[in-house]
Design a protein around this ligand. Structure first.
Ligand SMILES: Nc1ncnc2c1ncn2[C@@H]1O[C@H](COP(=O)(O)OP(=O)(O)OP(=O)(O)O)[C@@H](O)[C@H]1O
Length: 375
């Protein structure tokens, strides 16, 4: 898979931009707040249908404009695919593949795969459980675009059940009568989310452990474990549903008091530990960086295994955060095989070999240019 070009129109701080990608490595260099991350965000949007930085499409549209356009040309499996997304404030998106409008966004996913790695990813270790759930979901969306619907159905069931629990109009008897029906809906929507997350971690964990071993010199053992509220010893759908139903019964009184659903994948955790000690609490900064790097390289490897194509790697200002050894590990893993777009504020961070083999482009106030030729 090779991303050939990206076009932006009224996206974030880009009025009009056309990025042509010719070599496997592209370095985008520019001062802070010029639009480097915005460009990577546009690529991520086409790959996953979502942005990790924006909650609403309105934020992605250039201020004062009504709509934005993000498009890309991707070469894959000997074919060229044109992807296009039109974003409108407060309205549905339009997605096109090869110029044809698709009914749903899911139908436009799966053509472009990417792994993003930014300095914010340290939150994968240090941040709240939600960050780790979002990370899992981002991978699942790419592995299986239909996961978009699976997740949306769960979120809808959760919101509706929460609205019922919070309703002041219902008597306790009426609530007790209506809840079982909503419990069923919630459990049926929760189960496929949890089973997919469980399966994903089962496949990611050994890869992450191996990468971690090679970066840390095998001195420490890294474990990644899915930690849902229920036991996953029996992972068939029926057993998961039954376990969730039982937990719901246990939490019924507490849920009534709190007015919110306390059981489901929105309470999942992913345990990351080094030598059986939670990395979040005890890992040093260096250990935490190694861990995130191992997770990202595992993600890259898994996407390649499952899709049969090497995904695109987006490195947002991340090299400066890594010491030389970790940089070597990362760059060694990438080599020429993985198409990589790197953003940086300083080219001095790259060794001369990397610079020679990469295309360097400048980003200034939402404009893409070429750096001046050396005198
Ligand atoms: N919807 C929008 N409309 C117009 N400009 C926007 C919009 N959203 C963000 N911006 C602008 O984009 C710029 C930030 O761009 P970006 O996050 O890509 O920075 P960057 O070049 O990656 O910088 P850094 O090195 O600090 O990460 C800011 O100037 C911000 O005001």
């Amino acid at each position: 898979m090779f991303l050939r070009s990206v076009q932006l129109h009224d996206f974030r701080n880009y009025a009009e931009a056309d990025l042509e990608l010719t070599s496997p490595k592209t370095i985008l260099v520019g001062d802070n707040a010029q639009g480097k991350s915005n460009l990577l965000e546009a690529v991520q949007l086409l790959a996953t249908g979502r942005s990790t930085r924006a909650l609403r499409d309105r934020e992605l549209i250039a201020r004062g404009k009504e709509q934005a356009r993000v498009a890309a040309t991707v070469e894959r499996l000997g074919d060229t695919v044109e992807l296009e997304m039109i974003l409108r404030a407060g309205k549905r998106r339009t997605v096109r593949v090869g110029g044809e409008t698709r009914r749903t966004q899911v139908e436009a996913l799966g053509y472009l795969h990417c792994v993003s790695f930014s300095s914010l990813d340290l939150d994968l270790v240090r941040g709240a459980p939600e960050t780790r759930r979002d990370w899992l979901d981002g991978i699942l969306l790419q592995l299986e675009p239909v996961y978009t619907n699976v997740l949306a159905q769960f979120v809808q069931a959760l919101h509706q059940r929460n609205a019922l629990l919070r309703s002041t109009e219902l008597s306790p008897d009426a609530l007790a009568e209506q809840l079982p029906c909503w419990d069923d809906l919630l459990v049926r929507a929760a189960t496929p989310v949890m089973r997919r997350r469980h399966r994903l971690i089962e496949r990611l964990a050994p890869l992450a452990r191996r990468w971690h071993g090679s970066i840390s010199g095998g001195r420490e053992t890294f474990a990644v474990r899915y930690q849902p509220q229920i036991s996953f010893e029996q992972e068939d759908a029926q057993s998961v549903q039954q376990a969730l139903q039982e937990l719901l019964k246990e939490k019924r009184t507490l849920e009534g008091r709190r007015g919110t659903s306390l059981v489901g994948p929105h309470r999942d955790e992913v345990d990351l530990s080094i030598d059986e000690i939670p990395a979040r609490q005890f890992g040093s900064q260096g250990q935490q960086r190694t861990l995130v790097l191992a997770l990202k390289l595992a993600e890259l490897e898994l996407l390649e295994q499952v899709t049969g194509e090497v995904p695109l790697l987006l490195l947002d200002d991340v090299l400066a955060e890594l010491d030389l050894h970790r940089q070597d590990q990362l760059l060694g893993a990438i080599q020429e095989r993985v198409q990589t777009i790197v953003t940086t504020t300083h080219l001095s961070l790259f060794d001369s070999q990397w610079l020679q083999s990469a295309t360097v482009l400048t980003i200034e106030k939402g404009r893409i240019g070429s750096p001046p030729a050396p005198a």
